[in-house]
Ligand binder design. Sequence first.
Ligand code: NAD
Ligand code: USQ
Length: 430
Amino acid sequence: MASGRRFVRVRSTEASPWRGFVRYPRAIMRILILGGDGYLGWPTAMRFSAAGHEVSVVDNFSRRRWHTQHSTDSLTPIGSLADRIEAWKEVSGREIRTFVGSIEDGKFLDRVIAETLPETVVHYGEQPSAPYSMKSRATAVETQYTNVIGTLNLLFALRDQVPDCHLVKLGTMGEYGTPNIDIEEGFIELEHKGRKDTLPFPKMPGSLYHLSKVHDSHNIHFACRIWGLRATDLNQGVVYGVETEESAADERLITRFDYDEYFGTVLNRFCVQAVIGHPLTVYGEGGQTRGFLNIRDTLQCVELAANNPADLGEFRVFNQFTEQFSVAELAELVKRSGAEVGHEVTVHSYPNPRIEAEHHYYNAANTKLIDLGLKPHYLGEELVRSMLRIIERYKGRVIERAILPRTRWKPGELEGSLAPEDSGSERVAE
Ligand code: NAD
Ligand code: USQ
């Protein structure tokens, strides 16, 4: 069992070729990032590396493989992980170690943990798409196997090798669903038949992907209660944006940006649609309300969680989003912002391929990260315009066929196609 050096205070004197950019924290950590080639994992790796930490990343490139299978691609032309790591070294003078493999391979993960002896593990390494998980039995099984077994392997590796390590796990706001009561941060105080207890907040997710995150949360909570591990479950809302402080410095450092039906999230999709003149694809009535955050705030939140670890035996839950919006509000914002930079944006209601409430109560707590010091980057027209400008640079790469949703939630319609002529043309949010 490793002794696990925790938060040793190091005064770094190392000279950086990029002075003023690399920030030296008060404590240097060994940080392992699972899913370090992904949309969020790659900028997170650069952020921790820039802060002077010893960073290692694991990835099996499944996200790249899923795109190849569907003949889709990231809007941004990302280099291979090896090329990006080399570019990062050139720009920052700092090294990031790489391990290529799947975390559902327990032996591989054991070896990685033994070699890196992490003090913090940031776990992004899962299949993240709700539509992909609902596409077929095979993709549902793949999603739950990858996500649940990968996380379970990680819990055993931490227990047996680095029991002091702090696990920072990316969960999702979608674990809660859309209950008709306020959503708390992980736990709720209940009174039942005259007795009181504080228990995990009830979960009612809307896809087999979101359910895999619920299973993960239960397993992580169990590992904290029974084995005394420490973990922070970050129930993250929908992320938008592409640029971070580090990636903006050199085009070779850009992160992936997806807009296809499987891997594109709603605001990112709307911005791409606005730039290429495709009607914004509002599913159903557009009253679906979710928590949202800027990719820059994802990095801030993960950094805050890592720098303020949970206690041994503690299972902490933070709701990680900064603002709530309905889909129709986002469409209206993109339409307004697009008009200011010369894009004529139309908004259409398409038959909703998902089974979800289109009008519902939604009020989720999100104070714990603010209490730790989160300074949100709020969404507004200026931010959308800056996303549109970045997207314009790459608009020649858009594969338009990948935009309309084909995966349906209803049995019997799993692979049904939503051809343009089938699409509703009712305008919303005007
Ligand atoms: P992503 O697909 O870009 O990143 C995940 C990375 O993990 C990919 O590079 C993939 O190749 C890798 N990976 C997947 N399974 C793996 C495995 N078994 N072994 C090794 N590597 C594996 O997704 P993302 O958008 O960066 O999301 C990262 C995490 O954050 C996911 O867990 C997702 O559920 C969660 N999350 C994302 C959002 C969002 O809006 N993007 C919101 C809430 C939560
Ligand atoms: N939607 C549209 N039009 C689109 C795409 C989506 O109306 O073109 C709607 C969906 O029906 C849904 C909402 O927008 O009501 C959000 O959809 P999404 O695809 O942006 O987000 P979701 O499927 O929930 O998944 C994403 C990430 C996932 C993360 C989750 C956070 O892919 O990894 O866990 O956001 S949360 O939504 O808080 O659970």
